[in-house]
Design a binder for this molecule. Structure first.
Ligand SMILES: C[S@@+](CC[C@H](N)C(=O)[O-])C[C@H]1O[C@@H](n2cnc3c(N)ncnc32)[C@H](O)[C@@H]1O
Length: 349
């Protein structure tokens, strides 16, 4: 089935009979609904761009609801523009003329994500890794294809796997050689359709010379930083003393985190974004607001706070009777069971 071309839609804009325009649009909608295709091609500046059926149907139905010829023409013009012109900002590739197509990009500060993305090379077997949806959301919103991302606590390589998928270049630094090996194995399993570079380096982010890594790639800076440090000692990642999970006190942890913040800040381009993923912890019955402490460390470096995102998490590994035990303990001890972590989003001024 052929749906009208851009020119056909433009011709409709020239008509003065509202009923006729709506009749024609109704025919297009009926044909679209019958079609098994989910994408349609429209020529844009000599190239062709594919547009989702749901998007077209949504727009056409909105046009049908209008009551005046002026409004109908306004929406038709906007629709043609959305098919023929690309409007992006300088920090991502989101086509704002078709913003309704990005309904999976979260714009709320509360993230309730039920299921971990386990597709491709993503696995949940590295204790302490974050869900791939976190880098996925940020890379799409705060980077363009071909730009460079730094993850100074790379772990099993979740950020870099997403980089490969989304066509961004990435460097990850990870302290434990065994974990670097795991990340490399994971990365090998992910296809590289955009031919970008992803690299995991064994190193200590509190002492590594990041400039050397940049030089090797012949770049001067990064366009996005994704920082997912240990949540102090909640999970002991290794026995190394330069591992943030082995910090002797909160102050020691913040000092080590602060060094990483100091070293990475100059590497980020002005106006670009940095996200820190972190949770709080209890210590001897006292809630330690690690998240807010870390946020303050970032603000002290001059970053502008753009959002405090609260994200749910559920310990899926926990058995039901363990959950009941924790609920009993919480009731008896007067505390709350952790169900959320924070993502602080910053922009370099
Ligand atoms: C919360 S995990 C990051 C997980 C990662 N986002 C993922 O999805 O796999 C923190 C990681 O930081 C590493 N780490 C701890 N101290 C470090 C340091 N000084 N330099 C580099 N990596 C460090 C740990 O070994 C651990 O793998």
């Amino acid at each position: 089935m052929e749906i009208p071309s851009l020119q056909d839609f433009n011709n409709l804009i020239e008509k003065e009979d509202l009923e006729k325009i709506k009749d024609e649009l109704n025919f297009v909608i009926i044909d679209l609904k019958k079609s098994k295709k989910t994408e349609f091609s429209f020529g844009i500046n000599g190239t062709s761009s594919s547009v989702g059926k749901d998007f077209i149907l949504g727009e056409l139905n909105q046009i049908l609801k209008t009551r005046t010829i002026e409004r109908t023409k306004y929406y038709l013009k906007r629709f043609v523009k959305s098919l023929s012109e690309v409007k992006t900002r300088n920090i991502n590739d989101i086509n704002l003329n078709r913003w309704k197509e990005y309904d999976d990009i979260i714009t709320d500060s509360l993230w309730i994500i039920d299921k971990r993305d386990q597709s491709g090379a993503h696995k949940a077997d590295y204790w302490g890794n974050f869900i791939p949806q976190i880098p996925n959301q940020f890379l799409r919103r705060y980077t363009k294809k071909g730009e460079w991302v730094l993850d100074p606590f790379a772990g099993s390589g979740t950020t870099l796997i997403e980089c490969k998928r989304l066509g961004r270049n990435g460097i990850g630094i990870e302290l434990s050689p065994a974990v670097v090996k795991l990340a490399k194995e994971n990365l090998r399993k992910e296809k590289n359709p955009n031919k970008i570079k992803t690299k995991v380096v064994t190193g200590d982010s509190t002492s590594i010379d990041f400039r050397v890594e940049l030089k090797k790639e012949k770049i001067n800076s990064f366009q996005f930083l994704l920082i997912h440090p240990p949540y102090w000692d909640i999970i002991k990642f290794s026995k190394r003393k330069n591992d943030l999970s082995n910090a002797k006190s909160v102050d020691d942890f913040l000092k080590m985190f602060g060094i990483v913040a100091d070293k990475t800040y100059p590497l980020l381009d002005k106006g670009r974004y940095c996200a820190v993923v972190i949770g709080d912890k209890y210590s001897s019955g006292e809630w330690i607001p690690l998240g807010f402490y870390v946020m303050q460390e970032m603000l002290n470096r001059g970053y502008k706070l753009k959002s405090t995102i609260v994200k749910n998490f559920d310990t899926t590994k926990g058995k039901i009777n363990q959950k009941e035990l924790w609920r009993y303990r919480a009731l008896a001890g007067g505390f709350y069971i952790f169900k959320h972590e924070y993502i602080f989003l910053f922009q370099k001024r």
